[in-house]
Unconditional design. Structure first.
Length: 213
């Protein structure tokens, strides 16, 4: 596997999406280390996940963190400032509010779990996209190739119990956050009520709605 002189692997990650934001959107993720490296990936984002550039971005970061040997240092270079800042400076804030109203919250939580499971230094850095940086350009090419694949890739979104962060911290909760979290548990991504819910949860939703109206 390719790496620096100290054994650390440098990986470029990227996401791609055709018709981003549309109903017919198709997304991919790309990972580039060195030419012909087994860690290079062109990933087709499964249909059950949101098809967007950001989904491709976070999945590419998750996959390289997951598939690089745990005891090997890893430098991840991404051109997504949203994901880089989300996994660093914004992470504690997002965790404190239970990832409420955070896009790609499940994928982000899984990625954080994969990075925390690593036993060697893991760094995340933003690089400017489409600026002639070879690694970034190759990751972009692989992301485009991924979204053009006929078959979806299998993406593991499980989180070990000891690495799972759940719920909001009580000292950070506002009434509007509580309402948003309860509603998030009851309403799916398309705005429909989820099939199963408890009467007590519905009552809590009503009370929260009253408190913020």
């Amino acid at each position: 596997m390719g790496g620096n002189q100290d054994g650390t692997i440098t990986a470029y990650t990227d996401g791609s999406c055709e018709n981003n934001g549309g109903e017919d959107a198709v997304a991919g993720a790309g990972i580039f280390v060195t030419e012909n490296n087994p860690l290079n990936r062109a990933i087709r984002i499964p249909n059950e996940l949101v098809q967007s550039n950001q989904t491709g971005e976070i999945i590419s970061i998750k996959e390289i963190a997951e598939n690089t040997p745990l005891t090997t240092g890893l430098d991840i270079l991404s051109d997504s400032l949203t994901m880089v800042e989300g996994l660093t400076r914004n992470l504690r804030k997002w965790e404190n509010k239970g990832f409420t109203n955070v896009a790609n919250s499940l994928e982000i939580q899984v990625t954080v779990a994969r990075m925390r499971a690593r036993q060697a230094p893991t760094k995340l850095k933003w690089v400017k996209g489409h600026a002639g940086i070879r690694g970034n350009e190759r990751a972009d090419e692989l992301a485009n190739a991924g979204r053009q694949k006929n078959e979806e890739d299998l993406i593991d979104l499980t989180i070990p119990r000891d690495l799972r962060v759940t719920g909001m911290k009580l000292n950070t909760i506002t009434q509007s956050m509580a309402y948003a979290k309860i509603r998030e548990e009851l309403i799916d991504s398309e705005g429909y009520e989820k099939a199963t819910h408890q009467t007590s949860t519905m009552k809590n939703l009503h009370l929260a709605k009253q408190s913020v109206s």
